[in-house]
Structure formats: structure tokens, C-alpha cells
Write a protein of this length. Sequence first.
Length: 290
Amino acid sequence: MILALAAVLLSAPAAANPAFAPYPRYGTPEARTEDFPPNAKLLGEAEDPLAALTAEDDDLRDALNSPPSPAWLMGGLRAGNPADRLAAVNSAAVPRHVSAVPPLSAVMLRLDELPEIRAAAATALGRIGDAVAAPALGEALSDPSTDVRYAAALALGRIPADGASTRLTRALRTDSSWWVRYAAVLALGRTKKGFVVGALEDTLRLEPKWQIRMLAVRSLQDVGTPRAAEAVVLALRDRDSGVRTAAALALADIGAEADLPFLSEALKAETDLSARSAQSAAFRRILAKP
């Protein structure tokens, strides 16, 4: 059975080595910065040298930062100057600084506050990372500002709270902004929970934006279960070649022998060189698994 399926590889291009399998759209002329939410939206603006530290250096950054006192925080949040209020919000974005959750939640949900400051409060709540912030962040997913909803979705992905995935799934299915839907898919993948597979599979079926479908594939790869691999198979037939390439790369990582017939069919029908190369590499890698 496996040998028969492997015969399709005879027509695969020589560049099928997984080490050279291209990531979809990266490094190609069709990749444009406007194709994805800008890094500033995903990661936040770098305001000082500490903010330039990589994500792997979170512990170092935390050691260099200390949370503000409650009195100082409340005074800063009430300041008349928006820059001072924003600085106060950012100063409270310290992991496990739970006492800052109520005042930051209040700032985030105040519609008379500037959207920039409300979004910063949502980001700060995600950085604190305590489940007590989940209800307020869920409410912020209905904010009239796209930036606030975007920040709230990303923040929920950092909070281990019951119900966070339900709120994110609702945003994924109903929000009019593709940036917010993109953030919801990213956050669902960060949970690494098997029960998010259904929502991500629906995204592959129904989402019009290829960027979000591609991210759904990557999020399913993060989940990594056999059920997630089953959902990724759908993307082998996606209308966008970049999504099909991402699906093959994901299956190379989380796929199993049961996925080989689908890769075989995809290889027979594929016309895009990058997608075909990734599919061939995935086929070979799965065959090599013990």
C-alpha cells in the first residue's frame, strides 16, 4: 500500500528536500507587508530598549521591570495627559500583577477613553496573564474600535481561562474585521487545546481571507493532534497555493500514514511548484516516521 502510494513521488520535483521546502509566500515577490497585520499590531510598539528584547527574553524583561504601586497606577490612569495615562497602563503590564487587573479592565471598557489607551490596557491584561481578566477581555471583543478588539483577542490567547476559546470562536465567526479574525485564530492556536479544532476547521472551509486560512493551518499544527491533522487535510485543496503549501508543511510535522492518500491525490492535482515541493517533502517525511 505504502509503496504504491510512494510511486507518485517519481514525478515530484527534485527540490523536495524538507530543508528547502519554502514557507508560503515568504521571500516571494507576491509577499507584501500589507498582506498581514503589521508587526506593531501583533507585538506592540518598541518604546524603549527593553521592548526590543525577544519573546524568549521575557523573564529578563520581567526582572528589570517592577510593577507600579496601586497609588501611582491610579494616579497615572486619572492623569489629564493621554501620554501619562498610556505610560501608566504600560507600566502595569507585568506578569502576575493581578492587583492591576481591575483598574486596567475599567480603562479598557471605558468608551470615552482613547482607543489607543483601551487597546494598550487589553494588551497589558494579556501580559499579566491571569484568568480573572477573561470576562473583561471577552466584553472588549465587542468594542467599536478594531484595535481594541484585536488587542483583546490576542490577550485572550495568553490567558488560561475557561470560556476564552468560546469567546474567541465567536469573534472568529462574526467579527467584520479580518485583523480581529486573524488575531482570534492566532490566539486559538496558542491554547493548544484539542477542542479548538472544530472552529479552525470551519475557518478553512468558510474564511474568505487566505491569510487567515493559512494561519488556521499553522494553529492546527500547534494543536498537533490526529484530529488537527485531519482538519489540515482540507487545506490541501485550498484555492490559494500558499495555503496548500502551509498545509503540506503542517502535515510533514503532525501527519501520519493515514494522511498519505490525501497527499498522493494532492500531488497528482497540484500545479504550483512550491506547493508540490512541500507536498512531496511531507510525503517522504511521513514515510520516514517510525
